[in-house]
Write a protein that binds this ligand. Structure first.
Ligand SMILES: *[C@@H]1O[C@H](CO)[C@@H](O)[C@H](O)[C@H]1NC(C)=O
Length: 313
């Protein structure tokens, strides 16, 4: 409790620019495939709030599914963890699947509302129906069509109608180029907000190259292009980052120094301009090493586990 009291006191002195949401993405499993439990989510949330030099400002978490791993439709344990740690949540419903499976996401959402009530719903910053489903369809992976995403959005709106979640913004997360693609404009129309994922690291064919020297410009061009396709809807940054470990792609080389540069330029500009931001990601892989690994903090003792680079601006 002492921690929260002092964090709130500091927060009260923040400037307007600090009002934007600052958070990290969090999957429902570890890289081993093991399901995260409440204590695991709470650990991440506390680690984010205790990042050195940030005055406890990183208090939000974006989820990909409403379902606790290993169950059919029990609410994800990130919810009690958020209540416990006073974190906020951008909810996610996984939408690259059949309608029957999506119904389980809706059931978990309903179950969460009835189980936790306003202690939960007061913490919700928004509801994202899907994550990169349009992009995945464009690459031939299991995704969702624009028609399916629109249908899932309307089913989600029907579920929250008349509940304490009614009025929360409902949107969709996808890669920036999926939003810019006019074939997907019906999804944009159906959204209250767009969640944009953009990774200059992967954009090897971009003009000027994908080296760190061009990353800030590439990122903000993606953002500006998405805003141009957004039909006036707010655009949130739902994923971006620079890997610390992993393969070189074109001119993009993973490493802590370049990740720091990306933070200092792209992330700090987002914070200074009041854009809602969910960074990818807080934790390095735990268990099996992933490639690329975007984590800025190891798994271990929250206070003493060093960050890979400074996240101050
Ligand atoms: C990063 O891009 C933004 C948006 O174009 C720009 O305002 C800012 O000056 C850039 N930062 C650097 C360090 O170039």
């Amino acid at each position: 409790m002492q921690f929260f009291t002092s964090a709130l006191a500091v927060a009260a002195t923040f400037s307007v620019a600090d009002a934007a949401i600052k958070g990290f993405n969090s999957g429902s499993t570890f890289s081993t495939g093991a399901n995260k439990q409440q204590a695991d989510f709470a650990y991440e949330m506390k680690a984010a709030q205790q990042l050195p030099g940030t005055n406890g400002a990183w208090t939000s978490v974006r989820l990909y599914t409403m379902i606790q791993g290993g169950t059919t439709d029990s609410p994800i344990s990130a919810i009690p963890a958020a209540i416990e740690t006073k974190s906020t949540l951008l909810l996610g419903l996984w939408a690259s699947e059949t309608s029957d499976a999506f119904q389980n996401e809706l059931n978990a959402l309903k179950n969460a509302i009835s189980q936790y009530g306003t202690a939960f719903t007061d913490l919700v910053t928004g509801i994202s129906v899907g994550s990169e489903d349009l992009y995945r369809t464009s690459t031939g992976e299991v995704g969702a069509t624009p028609e399916q995403v629109v249908d899932f959005i309307s089913k989600t709106r029907a579920v929250i109608k008349g509940t304490s979640l009614e009025g929360k913004p409902v949107g969709h997360v996808d890669t920036w180029d999926a939003f810019v693609n006019g074939a997907n404009s019906a999804v944009v129309s159906a959204c209250d907000f767009l969640g944009m994922d953009a990774y200059p690291y992967y954009q090897a064919s971009t003009v000027g190259g994908n080296g760190i020297g061009n990353a800030n410009a590439t990122f903000w061009k993606a953002y500006t292009d998405t805003v141009g396709a957004a039909q006036g809807k707010p655009v949130w940054i739902t994923e971006t980052g620079w890997p610390i470990v992993g393969d070189t792609i074109g001119e993009a080389v993973p490493g802590a120094e370049d990740a720091r540069t990306f933070w200092e330029e792209a992330v700090c500009h987002a914070l200074a301009t009041d854009v809602n931001m969910y960074y990818f990601q807080l934790q390095t892989s735990q268990g099996v090493q992933v490639n690329p690994d975007w984590g800025i903090k190891g798994a271990g003792d929250i206070v003493n586990e060093a960050v890979r680079f400074q996240v101050t601006c």
